[in-house]
Design a protein around this ligand. Structure first.
Ligand SMILES: Cc1cc2nc3c(=O)[nH]c(=O)nc-3n(C[C@H](O)[C@H](O)[C@H](O)COP(=O)(O)OP(=O)(O)OC[C@H]3O[C@@H](n4cnc5c(N)ncnc54)[C@H](O)[C@@H]3O)c2cc1C
Ligand code: SF4
Ligand code: SF4
Ligand code: SF4
Length: 399
């Protein structure tokens, strides 16, 4: 077997970033879905063993930052609630991106296409930016994106890239560390399920309800849903458009994601589940914000922003008039955000789940693994106004 290409990369040490195909001079790399629905590289006979794919692979070349200055930890949110609600937490991505578009940057982030396939796409104006906003809890397809960004930077264009920490590491490997004109933003990341599982859950819903799902929004934020993890479906039925909202545990795909049992194998040994980031800025939810202020609680969806570089600091200064913010310490920031401290723990159920995924009829699989029993308990819990839940969480020392 060839030693100098990524075909020897271990199955659970491939995060699926797709940087390897972007740099292959022989187009010898394609991606094939495994039984669990995740894509992995396959190298064909055109390979000349140049080794470039191994050089850019983030799993083989994990970057460690050399911080020129102390990192800053900031709890913050967009002052404008309407704009903030377009983001998953405090809407900080939207503000940063708008500030950079005004300076001539093109922004690259994850957006659904017309078939609900999640792909990294470019936006050069505020209309185009809208579809990049909000977390989509699926692995985003970054095919050709790294090469396109490298080309744009070489031509003197300015780019903001937002992605998972593994995608950001891959991009820096591809561009060879020359970061002039590039603003890099990553986020706290506990892992990604596959596009295939998402597609199957959508089809299951469509078949069951005799409709077509046109849109899926994670992190929908209406007041009447007490769970911070709610969704909004846009459904087409009999020629009419209907909106259907619910909490994560009412929808099989979102429920599996929130239970951390459907993630890609590499996510359970993630190299980036810490605060050692090469991005200029790291975004996250500020879970546990109640421990640093009485001004906000989790129903305000504040963001945690970690400023890693001088470029990141200047960028935060540029949006400071639009945000409410509190500077805080690392310890308080990561206390309730496990994915900034350690990789997601692999549960035993995962291997049974994926055996069943491959062997059971899909409906039986969903009923067995992706359906919450005794749902009423969560309904009751989330129907309790947060100030009362907060007292309970304080008594049980959860906040
Ligand atoms: C798969 C995933 C797992 C996450 N896990 C955690 C976690 O464990 N803890 C935590 O605190 N925060 C996590 N986050 C981050 C969190 O959901 C928010 O994205 C973050 O707080 C920024 O919110 P915002 O309102 O500033 O920006 P938003 O408007 O929500 O912007 C999110 C940005 O992320 C990009 N993006 C969205 N989906 C993807 C994707 N699948 N792949 C790559 N880029 C994407 C968008 O293009 C956009 O640029 C996760 C996000 C994702 C996508
Ligand atoms: S070693 Fe070179 S030619 Fe072979 S797959 Fe990797 S990048 Fe392509
Ligand atoms: S981690 Fe990325 S670069 Fe490495 S083998 Fe997997 S897809 Fe290719
Ligand atoms: S958990 Fe780690 S390996 Fe998985 S998508 Fe996030 S950064 Fe990549």
């Amino acid at each position: 077997m060839a030693e100098n290409n990524i075909s020897t990369q271990e199955y659970n040490l491939c995060c699926g970033c797709k940087a390897c195909a972007d740099v292959c001079p022989k187009n010898a790399i394609t991606y094939k879905t495994d039984g669990e629905g995740f894509l992995y590289p396959v190298v064909n006979d055109d390979c000349v063993e140049c080794g470039l794919c191994r050089k850019v692979c983030p799993e083989l070349n994990v970057l460690k930052p050399t911080f020129e200055q102390e990192q800053q930890y900031i709890a913050c949110l967009d002052k404008d609630k309407e704009r903030r609600d377009k983001g998953s937490s405090g809407g900080i991505f939207g503000l940063l991106a708008t500030a950079l578009i005004d300076k001539g940057y093109v922004v690259c982030g994850a957006a659904f296409d017309g078939q609900l396939q999640l792909k990294h796409q470019f936006a050069s104006d505020n209309d185009g930016l809208e579809k990049l906003k909000k977390s989509k809890y699926i692995q985003s397809d970054c095919s050709t994106v790294y090469a396109q960004i490298k080309k744009k930077l070489c031509l003197g264009q300015k780019v903001m890239f937002v992605g998972t920490p593994c995608q950001c590491n891959a991009l820096v490997n591809v561009i060879g560390g020359k970061r002039d004109g590039l603003v890099l933003v990553d986020f706290a990341c506990h892992g990604v399920p596959s596009q295939e599982l998402f597609d199957k859950c959508i089809k299951y819903f469509e078949d069951k309800n005799g409709c077509r799902v046109e849109g899926y929004m994670f992190r929908f934020k209406p007041k009447r849903y007490g769970s911070p993890q709610s969704y909004l479906l846009t459904i087409q039925k009999n020629g009419h458009f209907i909106l259907k909202a619910g909490s994560y545990y009412e929808e099989p795909y979102y429920y599996g994601f929130q239970r951390y049992i459907t993630l890609r194998p590499s996510c359970y040994s993630c190299h980036w589940a810490n605060t050692d980031r090469v991005a200029d800025i790291t975004l996250a939810d500020f879970w546990g914000v109640e421990s640093i202020t009485n001004k906000w609680d989790r129903t305000d969806h504040p963001s945690l922003v970690i400023v890693n570089t001088e470029k990141g600091r200047q960028l935060m200064d540029a949006i400071k008039n639009h945000i409410d913010w509190i500077e805080t310490k690392r310890e308080a920031s990561v206390k309730q955000n496990g994915s900034l401290v350690h990789p997601t723990k692999l549960k035993e159920e995962r291997s049974v789940l994926f055996d069943d995924y491959q062997n059971l009829p899909f409906e039986d699989f969903v009923n067995k693994h992706l359906t919450l029993r005794n749902r009423w308990k969560k309904d009751v819990y989330y129907a309790i106004p947060f100030p009362i839940r907060k007292m309970f969480l304080k008594i049980t020392k959860k906040i």
